[in-house]
Design a protein around this ligand. Structure first.
Ligand SMILES: Nc1ncnc2c1ncn2[C@@H]1O[C@H](COP(=O)(O)OP(=O)(O)OP(=O)(O)O)[C@@H](O)[C@H]1O
Ligand SMILES: C[C@@](O)(CCOP(=O)(O)OP(=O)(O)O)CC(=O)O
Length: 361
């Protein structure tokens, strides 16, 4: 089905060449997207904190050509990276009707990530949102009267077609994606900035990512989503996500941290539970993932510090905590949890405000 609101008019006003650079963050879901229908439509709504330090920086050079098909080269961290090309190729195919002007260009795309890719820190979210924003900057050069609201909404719409979670990386600090009765403006097609009040405590929330395993994971998220089609618990899981999202609204308003922790940790474990019950089944957690979870639980019981964990589709652990607990949690990480990280590596991140263009445009 074609979404006409995102199909541009034809224009003769195509710039000859240009270059644009965007830095776009990753995000960490509190309620997880896992399972999708045709055309990147999520099986359930999700909500995420936008991150700040984990990001992709993508520059996009465009040059008009006579050939009527889009051509592109992709360089990752300075070298040509052909194994990233198929996902990008698919992205360009999916957005073809929405960005027909791209067919008149040859592109040179350079990207780099501030964190390891394909290990469950949503590099596809930052990478694909950065790319979608670059496309939108070209579109804005063609249609300069475009509003910021349309720019962001369509960037999220395009990003979703590259990677579902990427639709939640355009803005911040909290983004909801997927139709849900409690979010009037919500849509399966793009993310929206969280429309309810957010308690002060969440506006400066911290996320320290413990890199248990920096290697590429064995099952990609795209494959994992697919396996939800035969999963006997799929319907129950989609219902649970809807209900958790509804429960989060008053919690995010009141700052009730014990209630927040219960939902966030349950979401992470439910995500991994449906991986265990897929056919073929798979496990992305590592022994050190479980060690860290156990230690976080003990620490919380012993000290009352409101720290919790969440996981994406990978072994790495996101440690979430309020700013006022930063000293205690960093002590715990430096003194104990670091031992479970590959080469002692962890990334200190926090809630962020979304993507930004970093050239002079
Ligand atoms: N900077 C980038 N630009 C374009 N594509 C990228 C970039 N970084 C990663 N990717 C794409 O995203 C893929 C990794 O996505 P995948 O969903 O498997 O893992 P992830 O995003 O790290 O984890 P998660 O499951 O949490 O989303 C890479 O194989 C590559 O195709
Ligand atoms: C576990 C998750 O991070 C799954 C992310 O899946 P992707 O967005 O990476 O999948 P594709 O749409 O196939 O690209 C949970 C989440 O971010 O909501």
């Amino acid at each position: 089905m074609l979404h006409k609101e995102f199909v541009p008019e034809t224009s003769e006003n195509l710039p000859e060449k240009g270059k644009v650079t965007w830095q776009s963050p990753s995000n960490i879901a509190l309620v997880k997207y896992w399972g999708k229908k045709e055309n990147q439509i999520p099986a359930n709504p999700s909500v995420s904190f936008t991150l700040s330090n984990c990001h992709s920086t993508t520059s996009f050079q465009y040059q008009r050509t006579e050939s009527a098909t889009l051509e592109f080269d992709f360089y990752f961290e300075g070298v040509k990276k052909d194994d990233f090309k198929p996902k990008i190729q698919k992205f360009f195919e999916r957005i073809r009707d929405y960005s027909p002007y791209l067919q008149s260009y040859k592109l040179e795309i350079h990207s780099e990530n501030s964190f390891p890719h394909s290990s469950g820190i949503a590099s596809s979210a930052s990478g694909m949102s950065a790319l979608a924003l670059c496309v939108m900057s070209l579109e804005k050069a063609i249609f300069p009267e475009m509003s910021l609201e349309y720019f962001n909404r369509k960037a999220s719409f395009l990003a979703r077609l590259g990677s579902g979670s990427a639709s939640r990386s355009i803005e911040g600090p909290l983004v909801e994606w997927g139709k849900h009765a409690d979010f009037e403006e919500s849509s399966d097609l793009f993310g929206i900035n969280y429309p309810h009040d957010l308690h002060e405590v969440f506006k400066t929330y911290k996320d320290t990512i413990l890199l248990v395993d920096k290697g590429q994971k064995t099952v990609s998220s795209t494959l994992g989503h697919d396996l939800m089609h035969g999963n006997p618990f799929a319907e129950a899981r989609f219902k649970q996500a809807n209900s958790n999202l509804a429960k989060l609204i008053p919690i995010l308003q009141s700052g009730d941290l014990p209630a927040f922790i219960e939902i966030v940790e349950s979401e992470a474990l439910s995500l991994h539970a449906v991986m265990l019950s897929s056919i073929p089944y798979f496990i992305l957690m590592k022994p050190n993932t479980l060690e860290i979870i156990q230690r976080i639980w003990e620490f919380r019981r012993e000290t009352g510090v409101p720290v919790c964990f969440t996981l994406d589709a990978g072994a790495n652990v996101h440690v979430l905590y309020p700013q006022h607990s930063e000293n205690e949690v960093l002590e715990l990480i430096k003194n104990e949890l670091v031992a479970y990280c590959e080469n002692g590596h962890y990334i200190c991140d926090e809630i962020g405000s979304g993507a930004r263009r970093i050239d002079n445009g």
